[in-house]
Design a protein around this ligand. Structure first.
Ligand SMILES: C[S@@+](CC[C@H](N)C(=O)[O-])C[C@H]1O[C@@H](n2cnc3c(N)ncnc32)[C@H](O)[C@@H]1O
Length: 307
């Protein structure tokens, strides 16, 4: 099996694939497909490497490898699953492939940033996609309920399936909402958001792999901040007194700091890599409320033609 993984990895390197959907190199990507084709789990790894791979599994693997190379389909869409914060999440092209560094923040139960972590009762996962953040959060804060929201009904359908698979339907509610519209006056101890944040011009130049993902999961206007601005503008109305907002903006970090030069965003560092995630506590959000409200781009007023 080890030899097979190396051979597949070489083919991936020759084909010049782009990684970033769960792995960051050819060897790990190859291993994920070989394990899947052979019907093996991660835990089987130590014993599995010396084994022979049966012919049927090799045939399955060849189909997966060809599709990965010829169609540039991200590996998790081929295997149908990925691990997020240690939890298995089903994925398909209705949702972005989970890869947010927020996984690490959630696994650490937001330490040391929450004043009373044991008192977290209500969590919002804004832009839930597959439901990965909502599920990880519900399993990290076992006494909390989670609203898992998205504008995409397709995403919510898959999130609902994932929530059921993890037997969390009593604590996670998938809800259709456009940022906060649809949530009424609900307030949360913790708002977790991995919204779309890629500038339109950058999306247009992304490697072919990203074109398999739903565009609504990536693109967010000219500077990538269209959705983030709205998250900031409504945060004061939806955070509890001691609440916390954690939001990923990726490479749009600099654009965000330029847009709000007076706001003391706290940028997280991660042991497992990744970045571009800021924290704001509710008091800071309230202090800068007016600035956040003014920054929202409102749709141009419709002109009425005078006959
Ligand atoms: C970057 S993906 C993140 C998905 C998932 N949370 C994750 O980390 O893998 C962003 C998600 O936000 C959703 N979204 C886009 N615009 C939105 C909006 N205005 N309100 C709520 N969700 C939105 C997209 O449909 C997509 O599922």
């Amino acid at each position: 099996m080890a030899r097979l993984i190396t051979d597949v990895a070489r083919r991936f390197e020759r084909a010049g694939l782009c990684y970033g959907h769960g792995t960051d190199n050819a060897e790990d990507e190859a291993a994920s497909l070989v394990f899947h084709a052979a019907g093996l789990a991660h835990e089987d790894a130590p014993q599995a490497y010396g084994r022979r791979v049966p012919r049927r599994a090799r045939e399955r693997l060849e189909t997966l490898v060809s599709r990965r190379i010829d169609e540039r389909i991200p590996a998790p869409y081929l295997t149908g699953r990925i691990w997020f914060a240690g939890h298995e999440i089903r994925v398909d092209r209705r949702v972005l492939v989970p890869r947010s560094p927020l996984a690490e923040f959630i696994q650490a139960r937001a330490a040391p940033f929450l004043k009373r972590p044991q008192e977290v009762r209500r969590i919002l996962d804004l832009g839930t996609g597959s439901g990965c953040i909502a599920i990880a959060a519900a399993l990290a804060w076992r006494r909390a309920t989670v609203d898992a929201t998205d504008v995409s009904q397709d995403a919510l359908d898959l999130a609902t399936e994932n929530v059921r698979r993890h037997r969390l339907a009593r604590r996670i509610t998938p809800r259709r909402a456009d940022v906060y519209a649809g949530l009424g006056r609900a307030r949360y101890d913790l708002i977790l958001a991995n919204p779309p944040y890629v500038p339109a011009a950058v999306v247009a130049k992304l490697p072919a792999e990203y074109r398999h993902e739903p565009a609504g999961g990536l693109a967010a206007g000219r500077d990538g901040l269209n959705v983030v601005r709205r998250i900031l503008a409504g945060a004061a109305e939806h955070l509890c007194t001691d609440g916390l907002l954690a939001c990923e903006v990726g490479d749009s970090e600099r654009a965000l700091q330029r847009a709000y030069p007076k706001v003391p965003f706290l940028w997280l560092e991660f042991e497992n890599g990744g970045g571009g995630v800021f924290l704001l506590d509710a008091a800071t959000v309230r202090r800068h409320r007016a600035q956040f409200a003014n920054a929202v781009v409102r749709p141009a007023a419709r002109k009425t033609r005078v006959r």
